[in-house]
Design a protein around this ligand. Structure first.
Ligand SMILES: Cc1ncc(COP(=O)(O)O)c(C=O)c1O
Length: 305
């Protein structure tokens, strides 16, 4: 990771190397940290953060689920994100707000801990590699079951959820795949470790519903709105692993991964006739995030110098 200049910590811009916390920070031990991940892109009118308000709305909802009183409004955090991107050298960057139970108390009751809020930015290439949008990635259905809202609410973007993601990711990598696909406790498709998943069969696009135990992705929502606007038939519905194997197209969606084709699942080739619908959606996504579509310009928050 290439160091940037500043990190926003508890309402102050501190030097990158000074943004440190104590080893007895409560959230580090008990997983009590909620976070967000968004991207700032270059556009013809300067740099802009994509769907900043929606990401911060999800951040506030994650905090609410975990009874964290952040002490900042979404508006104040939005201003801090924009100001931080302005101060740091890498303008095309990933933006990571995080809130966690801070140092001071140990033990399982998080309500005794102060909440710290920080925002960092860094340069981050596509999470699944440059090839993901061109050739596509190879995925495997994980033996690990996705967490569900009876145990860890997947709609809260909590650090604890990512232990489940990491188990699936490591298993996939160890088996020689690029990415995992997790089924939920009912045995139907949920999502990737850090991405939502879509499939296309006979010209119909579909994705698992929010009730299947997924994070409601902002990119997922973007793709759904594109499908409507492009008049692509679309459903939210459950699918089994064998329905994935026999799909015409499959792709992951996420802020870190972008729109990433899946060219193989457990040795079954996907995309025999190419990825025409995925390509259309990915092309529009690229245009929109880079400010080349007036229609969706409301989704871009400018970062003016
Ligand atoms: C588990 C999980 N699912 C889906 C996504 C995709 O969400 P988004 O499109 O908002 O980045 C992410 C990324 O944040 C994630 O961590």
């Amino acid at each position: 990771m290439k160091a940037q200049s500043k990190i926003w910590m508890d309402d102050k811009f501190v030097d990158w190397n000074d943004a440190k916390i104590h080893v007895l920070t409560h959230g580090l031990h008990y997983g009590m940290a909620i976070f967000e991940g968004m991207r700032c892109f270059s556009t013809p009118d300067g740099h802009a953060i994509f769907r900043l308000n929606e990401h911060l709305e999800r951040f506030m909802n994650s905090a609410k689920i975990y009874r964290m009183n952040l002490g900042y409004s979404a508006k104040e955090l939005a201003r801090a994100c924009v100001e931080l991107v302005r101060k740091n050298p890498a303008k095309e960057c990933y933006v990571r707000p995080i809130a966690f139970t801070a140092y001071g108390e140990m033990g399982l009751n998080p309500l005794k801990s102060k909440i710290s809020v920080a925002i960092a930015t860094w340069q981050w290439a596509s999470y699944l590699g440059a090839d993901a949008s061109n050739r596509g990635v190879r995925a495997t259905v994980s033996s690990w079951v996705r967490i569900d809202s009876r145990s860890l609410p997947p709609q809260a973007k909590c650090a604890a959820n990512y232990a489940n993601s990491a188990l699936a990711k490591m298993e996939a990598l160890a088996a020689g795949y690029d990415e995992a696909i997790l089924l939920n406790s009912h045995g139907v498709v949920a999502e990737g470790p850090g991405e939502n998943i879509f499939r296309v069969k006979d010209g119909i696009l579909s994705t698992p519903p929010a009730s299947s135990g997924i994070l409601r992705g902002i990119t997922r929502d973007t793709v759904i709105q594109f499908a409507r606007d492009l008049r692509i038939r679309f459903y939210r519905n459950d699918s089994t692993k064998e329905e994935l194997y026999t799909s015409d197209e499959v792709f992951f969606s996420g802020t870190a991964a972008g729109i990433a084709k899946v060219r193989e699942i457990d040795g079954r080739k996907i995309g025999y006739d190419g990825f025409p619908i995925t390509d259309r959606l990915a092309k529009l996504y690229d245009q929109v995030v880079h400010g080349r579509s007036k229609k969706y310009s409301k989704w871009l928050t400018p970062v003016r110098p």
